[in-house]
Design a protein around this ligand. Sequence first.
Ligand SMILES: Cc1cc2nc3c(=O)[nH]c(=O)nc-3n(C[C@H](O)[C@H](O)[C@H](O)COP(=O)(O)OP(=O)(O)OC[C@H]3O[C@@H](n4cnc5c(N)ncnc54)[C@H](O)[C@@H]3O)c2cc1C
Length: 511
Amino acid sequence: MSPNPLSRRQVLKTFGLLGGTSLMLGAMDAWELKGAPAGPRPQLRGTQPSTRVLVLGGGISGLIAGHELRKLNYDVRVLEARDWAGGLTWTVQRGDRHTEMDTGERQVCDFDEGHYINAGAWRIPHSDEGIIGYCRELGVELQVFINASDANFFYEENPDLGPLSGQRVRLAEVKADMWGSTTELLAKAMNQGDIDVPLSGDDLERLTQFLVRSGYLDSEDYVYSPPAARRSEGRHDLGALLQSGFWARARSLNQETGGPAPLFQPIGGMQQIAFAFERELGDRLEFNSEVRTVRQGEDDVRVVVRDTRTGEEREEVADYVVCCLPMSILQKIDVNFSPEMAQAVSETGHAAVAKMGLQMARRFWEEDEGIFGGHLWSRSLQLGEFSYPCYDYFAQKGVLLGYYGSSRQAGLDQLPVRGRIEHVLTQASKVHPQMREEFEHAYAVWWEKIEYSEGAYGRGPSDDLLTRLGRADGRLYIGCAGASEDPAWLEGAVHAAWRSVEALHERVMRG
Ligand SMILES: Cc1cc2nc3c(=O)[nH]c(=O)nc-3n(C[C@H](O)[C@H](O)[C@H](O)COP(=O)(O)OP(=O)(O)OC[C@H]3O[C@@H](n4cnc5c(N)ncnc54)[C@H](O)[C@@H]3O)c2cc1C
C-alpha cells in the first residue's frame, strides 16, 4: 500500500482540474462511490442464553446485530433513543416530526396519507446481497428503483458550456445525437476504407450494420436521422454537445451511483426494512432509551440510559456491548474506551447532507414530460440530485425529491425551512415551471440538525482506521456503518454488524 494514498476526493479534484466538469462527472460515475458487498453471512453455531448483550442504537446495524444475537439465543436487548426504529432509513410520512437542534424550528409532515419521502437511504444495488438477503428473510417486498431514464433532463446555465446552456436537454437527445454523429463519422470512414479494421469482409459488413442500427443511420448513405424516440425535433450539433459535457452520462451501460442497473427499493419506503426487524425483535427492542454513558470494567459493562419520556435514568448491566450509534454521537457521549479506540473514534467523520421532499398536487413530470423516475442533472440549479418518484406511477399526486445534496450548499443550512423550500421552488421552476402551482407540502431533513443523528452517513475510513475500529475494545464492539468500508450504504451497516457479532460470538464460545 502506498504510504500516502490519494483520497477519492483528491483524485476527483485532479480529474476536475484536468478535464473540467464533464470529466469529473464521468469519474464519479465510474467510481460509483461504493464499496464491495458485505459477502456471505457468517454461519454461526452454538447458543448462549446466559450471556447478556446490549446493542446500542436501533438503526439497521443495531437491528441486524440484535436479530442475529437473538437467533443465537443471547440475552440481547437493543436500546434506541427515538420512539421509532431505522435511524438513517427514515421514511418520512404524515404525522412524522422533528425539531432542528440549532434553531428549534419544528416540522410536522403533512403529506397526504400514503405519500412519503425516504429522507436517508432510498436505493439498494442488486449486488448488495447482505441487505437484500434480510429483505428476503423478513418478507420485505422490493421493487425496481429507476436511477436514470432517457427522459431525464440536463439543465446548465454556465455560458462556458456553449449553446446548450440555458436549455433543457434530455438524456435521450444527448445519447441519440452523440451516437448518431459519431457512428455516422465512423461508418462513412469505414466505407471509404479510411479505417483499417482487422476483420473479414463479412464481419466488416456486420459491423457497419451495427453502426447503422445503434446510431440510427440511413443504411444507404450512413447519414444520421434522429429517431422519434429522441423525443424532440432536430439534432444537436456535435461540437455543442461536446462543449456541454452532457456526453459524460451517455454511456454504453446503464450504470449510475450504486452500480449497474437494476437497483431496488422496498415498496412503501426504506423504513419497511426497519419495521420488519422491529416485528422480529419484539420487546427486545426498547424505544425512548437514550444511552448516556458506557462504563466497562473487568467483569461487565454498565450503561446509563435515560428514558426520554420521563427523564429518569437507569443503569443497565451486560457482559458485552455492541455499539451501533452514529459515530457523530459516539464521539460525544461518555464511553471509557481505551485511549487507542477513543483516538480512532475521534478520527471518523460524516457527510453534511440534506434532503427535501415536496408533495405535488399533480404528477406533472409524468403527465406533461413523460418522466418516470430518474433525476434532473444540473449544477447551476444547486439542487443536488433532484429526483422523480419511481413508485405509484399514474397516481394523482406524488412526492418529488426536490433536494439531495450538501446541507450547506447556497447557504441553505442558515435559512429557515420556508427559505429552503423557496430555493427549491425557484430553482426547479426553471426546468419545471409547473412546480409552484402544483406545490402542496414540503418536509426538509438536514441531518446535521437532527438529534440522535447529528450528521448523515460516515465518510469512508482509511484501511488503517477501519482495522482499528474493527477490533474489540475490551467488552465493547463497534458495529455501525461508520465503522465499515461502505459507510454511505446499508451494506456497510450489514457488514459492521456481522463483523461485531461474529467476533463476539467466537470469543464467547471460546469461553
Ligand atoms: C441522505 C442519505 C442517503 C442514503 N442513501 C443510501 C442509499 O440509497 N442506499 C443505501 O444502501 N444506503 C444509503 N444511505 C446510508 C444508510 O442509510 C446508512 O449506511 C445506514 O442506514 C446506517 O445505519 P446505522 O445503523 O449504522 O446508523 P444509523 O442509521 O445512524 O442508526 C443509529 C441509531 O442510533 C440511535 N441513537 C443515536 N443516539 C443514541 C443514543 N444516545 N442512545 C440510543 N440510541 C441512539 C439513532 O436514533 C439511530 O436509530 C444513505 C444515508 C443518508 C443519510
